[in-house]
Design a protein around this ligand. Structure first.
Ligand SMILES: [Fe+2]
Ligand SMILES: [Fe+2]
Length: 240
C-alpha cells in the first residue's frame, strides 16, 4: 500500500524510493525543488553578483564574493536534485516563469544590498527551516546543508546595517532601503489558504501554512528593524 508513502511517518529516503512514490507526492516535491532552484539563481544574478561591484571595501567585497558563491552554490545543489528527480533542465532556471516581485527590485546601492540580506535572507531562512523535517530526505538533507549559509547571509546583513547606521546619513539610507524593499516581502510566502501548501503539509513535505510563516516572518523582521536597529518597518497590509 503506497497511500502512506511521503507522510512524516513514512518518509521517502532516497531518489530511488521517490521514483516509486505516488504521482501526487512526486509532483509536489518537484514544485518545491523547482522554485528553490529558480529563485536561488535569480537572486544570485540580480543581487549578489551585482553587489560585488557596489561593496565599498576589499573586506566587504570579499564577503560579498563569498555570499555570491554560496547563492550560486544553492542553485547548483537544488538543480542537481531537480535533475535527479526528473525535472526538465529548462524548468530549473529562470525563464519560463515570471520572477517573484522580490527580484524585480532595481538594486542601486550598497545599503540596499545590506537591507536585502537582512530582510530577504531572513525570509529564506524561514523557507529553509520549514524543510528541515521534510518527508523527502534528500530535500531535508539539502536544507540542512544550506541553512548555516543562509544564516551567515542574514547575519552579514545585520552586521553591515548596524555599522552603516552609526552615521545619520547611513541611517537614513538604510531606512530608505527598508521602506522601498520590505513591502515586496510578505507575498514571498505565497497565498493564504493555498491548496498547494495544504498538499505539501499533508504529505509531510512542508510543516507550516503560508499565513503562519508570513506572521512569524513579520514578527521576526519587526524585532530586527525596530528592536535592534531602532528604525521603522513600514506597515504592510495582509497582502495576497
Ligand atoms: Fe540561498
Ligand atoms: Fe542567502
Amino acid at each position: 500500500m503506497t497511500a502512506s508513502v511521503g507522510t512524516a511517518a513514512s518518509p521517502v529516503k532516497s531518489v530511488a524510493e521517490f521514483a516509486a512514490a505516488p504521482a501526487e507526492y512526486q509532483e509536489a516535491v518537484r514544485k518545491i525543488v523547482r522554485s528553490h532552484s529558480v529563485n536561488e539563481l535569480y537572486g544570485a544574478q540580480v543581487f549578489d553578483e551585482a553587489a560585488i561591484a557596489l561593496a565599498p571595501t576589499p573586506h566587504a567585497k570579499w564577503l560579498t564574493c563569498r555570499i555570491a558563491m554560496e547563492e550560486y552554490g544553492h542553485h547548483v545543489r537544488f538543480r542537481a536534485l531537480g535533475e535527479e528527480i526528473g525535472i526538465p533542465a529548462a524548468q530549473l532556471v529562470p525563464g519560463e516563469k515570471r520572477p517573484l516581485s522580490i527580484f524585480a527590485f532595481p538594486l542601486k546601492s550598497w545599503e540596499q544590498f545590506c537591507v536585502i540580506k537582512l530582510l530577504a535572507d531572513l525570509a529564506e531562512i524561514l523557507q529553509v527551516e520549514d524543510l528541515l523535517e521534510c518527508s523527502f530526505h534528500p530535500l531535508r538533507n539539502l536544507a540542512r546543508m544550506t541553512m548555516p549559509e543562509e544564516r551567515f547571509h542574514a547575519q552579514f546583513g545585520r552586521d553591515f546595517c548596524t555599522e552603516i547606521c552609526a552615521t545619520p546619513e547611513g541611517r537614513a539610507a538604510v531606512q530608505d532601503a527598508i521602506f522601498r524593499y520590505f513591502p515586496l516581502l510578505p507575498s514571498f510566502f505565497g497565498a493564504s489558504h493555498s491548496k498547494n501548501n495544504a498538499t505539501f503539509r499533508r504529505l509531510g513535505i512542508k510543516q507550516r501554512s503560508n499565513e503562519a510563516m508570513r506572521a512569524d516572518y513579520l514578527a521576526r523582521a519587526r524585532a530586527l528593524v525596530e528592536g535592534e536597529l531602532e528604525l521603522r518597518l513600514p506597515e504592510v497590509g495582509e497582502a495576497v
